[in-house]
Ligand binder design. Structure first.
Ligand code: PLP
Length: 385
């Protein structure tokens, strides 16, 4: 039994999504491309799911491509744009993109990939982006909506307008945004990548939005599924579960445009008041309300993770993908943060169901550990996730 504060890594399947998954696995397991009537029914359900997603994003159903998640989507966008770009055209990506953009950009675009720097708060400069695009060399801009490590939100709406004015395509990695913030405006990007497991859906299910101007888009090949955009038998049960998770989170956001303060700010205030030398990355920038990236002087972040886990709190050292990898975070490095501080940085990211009292318990544990160096006993009041 633990209190889970690692939601940016993944979220548990919502009960409603689990029910939808179980029902689909039992009743709608057939291959949507097969000729039987039962398969045709699955095909219809899949297309209805596509339309519902399209409606939420304000795009046409043909723009929605189901896939395995954001790593696949990000790579496919970069690869497709490279294929159709004119020789010599380049990619501009922010310096804080997820490794699924960075590493694929390096492989696919190599010397034609340019990094857009971020300021000390972790945001790109729109002025710099505009000046860069004015050079007329760019086919694609890749900019995440919100950062997985710091929660810092990028000016992606303005970047979309700017790219369109400059006639450059823009890809928004909305993996951390969807489920936490309203979807309005995302449908204006040329490509949007989304991952189901970040908002209570299953792992290995996601979707990509592709603007009609790129109707020739193709990801993995080997079949005509997904209207020729992505080969492979569709995982309808996973899509059904993801749909329910998207509906639950998006309906909540519609009633409550800015996510109700979940206690993060009070948590940070308590830590700042009680832990000497504590720093909070990106605090001066707009951030996702569930995320806090903290530099706790004194010990490496892995020690905090271990000590907090012993007390029943799950937190992270940074991005889940970077865990176990040598070297400090490229995101913090791009913000000008020293490797020492980066290695002392802990990421805390709450679930939607996390309440202020949970944040309070976590703050107490941090403060207690910083005062007692980990000698105090486990907190017995911890609520299960
Ligand atoms: N992009 C961002 C910003 C992420 O945070 C993640 C996962 O942590 C991904 C992409 C990769 O997502 P997936 O797990 O769906 O491959």
């Amino acid at each position: 039994m633990s209190l889970y504060f690692d939601a940016n890594a993944t979220t548990p399947l919502l009960p409603e999504a689990r029910e939808a998954w179980l029902a689909a696995v039992d009743e709608h397991w057939q291959n949507p491309s097969s000729p039987s009537r039962a398969s045709a029914r699955v095909h219809v359900l899949l297309e209805q799911s596509r339309t519902k997603i399209a409606d939420r994003f304000g795009v046409s159903a043909e723009s929605v491509v189901f896939n395995s998640g954001a790593t696949e989507g990000n790579r496919d966008v970069l690869a497709y744009m490279r294929r159709i770009a004119a020789p010599g055209q380049q990619l501009a990506q922010s310096a804080i993109e997820h490794p699924s953009v960075r590493e694929n950009a390096q492989e696919i675009w190599s010397d034609d990939a340019l990094e857009l720097p971020v300021d000390e708060q972790g945001r790109i400069s729109l002025e710099y982006l505009d000046e860069t695009l004015a050079l007329g060399k760019f086919a694609l801009v890749s900019l995440m909506a919100a950062n997985n490590e710091t929660g810092v939100v990028q000016p992606w709406r303005e970047a979309i307008d700017l790219c369109h004015r400059r006639r450059v395509a823009i890809h928004v990695d909305a993996t951390q945004w969807v489920g936490k913030e309203p979807l309005a405006g995302l449908g204006s990007a040329d490509f949007v990548t989304v991952s189901g497991h970040k908002f209570g859906g299953p792992k290995g299910a996601g979707f990509l939005i592709v603007a009609p101007a790129f109707s020739g888009f193709a990801g993995q090949r080997g079949g005509a599924q997904e209207h020729d955009h992505r080969a492979g038998t569709e995982n309808y049960p996973a899509v059904a579960a993801m749909m329910v998770a998207l509906k639950v989170s998006d309906d909540l956001l519609r009633g409550d445009a800015i996510q109700a303060c979940c206690g993060r700010d009070a948590f940070e205030a308590k830590l700042l008041a009680n832990i000497e030398g504590l720093q909070i990355w990106g605090q001066g920038a707009p951030r996702l309300a569930n995320t806090s990236s903290l530099c706790l002087p004194g010990h490496e972040n892995s020690r905090w993770v271990r000590l907090l886990e012993q007390r029943g709190f799950v937190v992270s050292t940074g991005s889940a993908c970077a865990t176990g990898k040598a070297g400090p975070s490229h995101v913090l490095a791009a913000m000008g943060i020293s490797p020492e501080c980066a290695l002392q940085t802990v990421r805390v990211s709450s679930l939607r169901r996390t309440v202020a009292a949970d944040w309070d318990l976590l703050a107490k544990a941090f403060i207690d550990l910083s005062e007692n160096g980990g000698s105090a006993t486990a907190n017995s009041q911890v609520i299960s996730i």
